[in-house]
Design a protein around this ligand. Structure first.
Ligand code: SF4
Length: 158
């Protein structure tokens, strides 16, 4: 079925780091993200969860999100770059081609206010966009009940 982005959409990461820093937000993790990040950091999944994640409750769901630093930068934002780039979560890999951002032209235009790379650079074909949407749908945020959480996680953060 043709979508409004059938002619493709332009996007180029300008390395502004807005999506990794400055504001509080959630980087939800899927089961696959947890496996890949733990392996990349040479940790057990439990060690990884304890050191780098928190339980959050957006809209009543219990999810696992990356921790933030005191200034709201992502826990993995170090020395001006993502320190886990090869293993970064699917949420980061697929930005800005998320259902919520390409659902309509209005959604896409609104996101431009946060991301200077939207509408710039290489034209991503509709097929590439659909592939990213599929990648994210295939690796959804894990429910916190479905992972072995360390006792230290305590009360969820909202
Ligand atoms: S994991 Fe890396 S790409 Fe994702 S928000 Fe954190 S610093 Fe940015």
């Amino acid at each position: 079925m043709p979508e409004w982005f059938n002619e493709g959409l332009r996007f180029r990461c300008t390395r502004c780091s807005n999506c990794c820093r400055h504001e509080s937000g959630y980087v939800f993790l899927s089961k696959e993200d947890i496996r890949r990040l733990a392996a990349g950091l040479d940790l057990s999944e439990e060690e990884f969860l304890e050191k780098y994640t928190r339980v959050v409750e957006p809209a009543g769901a219990r999810r696992i999100s990356l921790k933030e630093q005191k200034n709201f930068d992502c826990i993995f934002w170090q020395d001006g770059h993502c320190s886990v780039y090869p293993w970064r979560p699917v949420q980061c890999r697929t930005y800005p081609f998320w259902d919520a951002l390409v659902g309509s032209q209005e959604d896409w235009e609104r996101e431009k206010k946060s991301c200077p790379g939207i509408g710039e650079g290489r034209l991503h074909t509709a097929e590439e966009i659909r592939n990213r949407l599929t990648a994210r749908r295939k690796s959804p945020p894990v429910d916190a009940e479905d992972v072995q959480l360390p006792a230290s996680h305590g009360r969820p953060q909202t």
